[in-house]
Ligand binder design. Structure first.
Ligand code: ADP
Length: 545
């Protein structure tokens, strides 16, 4: 149950995280869809708003032009202002002529004009007289005469334009002599007549062109005329102009209703958002969406890895704690056995209860067990130094043949007691640069293991020779052997075979790791191979000096 809990917790946490990430992915997707929807709506809104603003601007410009038409149109040379009357388009400058009064009223006004002292009063009388309705050539003559009176009192372009129009009128028309007379009068009074006449004739030409294009609808309307905008007011006032408006990005002004969203501002002019702009905005949202997903995926991966790593670390820590506890228990147990034997034998000796012929045996047992105790304690001490990275080696030139012989001899009684035969094949006089204590510990551990894991085969062989510049020590037994799978791991700390023949024997799993570390510290190696027909061979290689 205790073991299952962390696993359940890990699984729960991973599930929770998976749930959270799925929710986050969904949220991201929904956001993406909503944003794509918003792009369309907001572009449409933007377009409508701008279109509305542009229409307003055009209305303003139109109104400005109409008000000019109501005043003196030709004083603005670039103003294309016209008027539609009796199904005919005429320049706006003659607008005044088109508001007519009956002949009688005109005659009276003319008389009054002549009688009144020159100034505002006579001007207004002559202005009324100049609106005379024209039915006969005589009416035309009088109308022209009245206009000349107006011109004398207030010289303006509109009046000149009107006189020119009357001089050119055909039905009814002035006589040739009348026309010439008025013409020379006009030339006399207006020094820049040719300039005004030129502008007026352009306006008449344009009026004729518009006349051809005009759709002749009733009421106010707008139309396109030769690439310009034509606005016709309810009362027939007409303006032809190029609107001066500008859209702000991403809206553009086009003459055609191309692809993408568009709104007609006036005939022939569209405010439009190119479909490319909308596509780009959507693509950028798509990119954000994908980046978000990648980010979430990375987070999910990181989260999962972290969780698994965290629990693996916790598991490893638990295993380590368990191993250490087990180690302490095993070592204590290992120490207790030789200690109690030593104590038992010493006490028996002390009480003099040992027959004389056995006394030497008792001493021997005490010595053997003390030896074993030293071996265990040295292993534990070296191991603890290894753990703290504090394992020091003091190498010195050493007679390995003699030292190995001494260690082997220290096992003599134990081997004899347990019925082992130790075969020695050691060259004498082999020397090496080693730490004698470390070397002794390696040999002790190997011989100790050879005895411990014997399994019936009672011959152990120890060899020492020199080969290829190496001092080579071999300890071969005929014991239980080591399966290949385990061979790679037995030099790791706390690793013991789970074979019952191993677990039945005392051991803490640090002897070989200490031996390997000591050998490495002396620039050597240690390895294990199978012995024939059974058992293991441990080979230690150390540099010969
Ligand atoms: P310990 O002997 O205290 O278990 P060691 O580190 O000395 O620890 O040995 C580790 C393991 O290697 C042993 O538990 C055993 O499984 C295996 N082993 C070591 N020496 C021999 C040997 N001579 N024969 C068979 N197995 C061995």
């Amino acid at each position: 149950m205790q073991r299952r809990l962390p696993r359940l917790l890990t699984a729960g946490l991973i599930l929770l995280m998976a749930g959270l990430f799925v929710a986050a992915f969904r949220l991201n997707r929904n956001n993406y869809r909503a944003s794509i929807g918003t792009v369309d709506t907001s572009f449409v809104q933007l377009l409508e708003q701008q279109a509305e603003g542009l229409r307003e601007e055009i209305k303003k410009q139109e109104a400005g032009l109409f008000s000019k038409l109501e005043s003196d149109a030709l004083s603005e040379p670039d103003a294309d202002l016209f008027i539609v009357r009796d199904n005919r388009v005429v320049p706006g400058c003659i607008a005044g002529l088109l508001k007519t009064v009956p002949e009688a009223e005109a005659d009276t006004a003319f008389e009054k004009g002549l009688a009144a002292p020159p100034g505002q009063t006579s001007l207004s009388h002559f202005q009324i007289a100049a609106r005379r309705k024209v039915s006969t050539p005589d009416d035309l003559y009088r109308k022209t005469a009245a206009l000349f009176n107006v011109l004398e009192l207030e010289r303006n372009t509109r009046t000149i334009c009107s006189i020119l129009a009357l001089l050119n009128q055909t039905d009814p028309a002035l006589t040739e002599s009348q026309r010439r007379f008025f013409r020379s009068m006009l030339e006399e009074q207006v020094p820049d007549l040719s300039g005004i006449e030129e502008r007026a004739s352009i306006l008449w030409e344009t009026a004729t062109a518009i006349d051809r294009n005009l759709t002749r609808r009733k009421g106010a309307y707008r139309a396109e005329s030769n690439g310009k905008m034509l606005s016709v007011r309810e009362d027939g006032f007409t303006v032809l102009y190029s609107p001066d408006i500008e859209a702000t990005a991403p809206v553009i002004l086009t003459q055609e209703d191309g692809q993408g969203r568009h709104e007609q501002i006036i005939p022939g002019l569209f405010a439009s958002i190119p479909s490319q702009t909308v596509d780009e905005a959507k693509a950028s949202i798509g990119k954000q969406y994908r980046t978000g997903n990648i980010f979430l995926a990375l987070m999910a991966l990181l989260g999962t890895t972290l969780t698994i790593g965290l629990f693996a670390a916790a598991k490893r820590q638990r295993q380590l704690d368990a191993t250490r506890t087990q180690f302490i228990a095993t070592v204590s147990h290992e120490l207790r056995t030789p200690l109690s034997l030593i104590r038992l034998h010493a006490e028996t000796l002390k009480h003099g209860r040992v027959p004389d012929e056995k006394i030497t045996d008792y001493h021997q047992t005490i010595l053997t067990e003390a030896e074993r105790l030293t071996g265990i304690v040295n292993n534990v001490l070296d191991f603890s130094r290894m753990e703290r990275d504090n394992l020091k080696i003091n190498s010195e030139p050493t007679d390995l043949s003699a030292l190995t012989e001494r260690i082997a001899y220290s096992f003599h009684d134990r081997l004899e007691q347990e019925g082992f035969e130790l075969e020695r094949q050691m060259e004498s006089g082999i020397t090496g640069l080693v730490d004698p204590l470390a070397y002794s510990q390696i040999v002790f551990n190997l011989l100790d293991n050879a005895i411990k894991y014997s399994d019936g085969g009672k011959t152990i062989r120890i060899e020492l020779d020199v080969s290829d510049g190496w001092n080579i020590l071999r300890v071969a037994d005929q014991g239980i052997g080591i399966p290949d799978k385990l061979k790679k791991h037995i030099f790791e700390e706390f690793v013991r075979s789970d074979d019952s023949k191993v677990t039945a024997r005392r051991g803490s799993g640090i002897g070989l790791s200490v031996a390997q570390r000591l050998a490495e510290k002396m620039d050597g190696t240690i390895e294990v191979t199978d012995n024939q027909p059974k058992g293991s061979v441990f080979t230690v290689k150390l540099a010969s000096s």
